[in-house]
Design a binder for this molecule. Structure first.
Ligand code: ATP
Ligand code: MG
Length: 183
């Protein structure tokens, strides 16, 4: 699966619809402090099912919604969509009906999050599993936050093992085992 486009609408500082085209090879994002570079990475993590407000540098999940400025009112929802080139059909069967896979997450104030895959309603868990199995998940070590290297060095062994499991692409397995143990 290859990410081809990230679209943000009302997400953090990206109040107007904004497309980030992810071309083949390396994509660099440069800009002054506070222009929204880290917000882009958080949008990617969020659309893949991240549910910890702390990972989004917020106190609550609704903090990802554009909060308004002196000149623009706050928004009522935030939406991020991720376009994936699935021409190699590497997604799980239920997501595999076309070359393009479009995953959308929207959060609305007082209502919460909803997900769609190719315009069909799906559960958060389906989206999390889709990316966990592709080892690109919301907690993927491929996404390195500012300050994360020092966190990794200071992590306890159990937390460090999780990171290795995600890197090995077996975290979907871990989530399923955890669920089975709860039943
Ligand atoms: P640096 O180079 O310092 O790491 P950066 O380019 O990574 O900066 P970000 O941290 O992505 O910048 O962006 C921070 C900006 O996003 C701040 O100006 C902050 O006010 C804005 N921001 C964060 N959450 C919201 C929100 N909910 N609504 C509006 N603006 C927001
Ligand atoms: Mg930053």
């Amino acid at each position: 699966m290859r990410f081809s486009k990230l679209r943000l609408n009302g997400f953090k500082s990206f109040v107007d619809p904004t497309d980030l085209i992810i071309a083949d090879g390396l994509t660099g994002v440069v800009g002054p402090n506070g222009c929204g570079k880290s917000n882009l990475l958080e949008a990617l993590r969020w659309v893949m099912g991240e549910n910890r407000p702390t990972a989004m540098r917020g106190g609550g999940m609704e903090d990802v919604i554009f909060a308004g400025t002196a000149t623009r009112p706050a928004r009522n929802f935030a939406e991020v969509s991720l376009q994936i080139d699935n021409s190699k059909r590497l997604a799980p069967a239920s997501f595999n009906e076309s070359d393009l896979l479009d995953v959308v997450r929207r959060i609305t104030r007082d209502i919460g999050s909803a997900y769609k895959a190719n315009s069909k309603d799906v559960r958060a868990r389906d989206v999390q599993m889709l990316f966990a199995d592709a080892s690109t998940g919301a907690h993927s070590p491929a996404l390195v936050r500012q300050g994360q290297i020092s966190e990794l060095i200071n992590a306890k062994p159990k937390a460090r093992r999780r990171i290795l499991e995600e890197a090995a692409g077996i975290s979907g397995l871990y989530a399923r085992r955890h669920e089975a143990e709860l039943k």
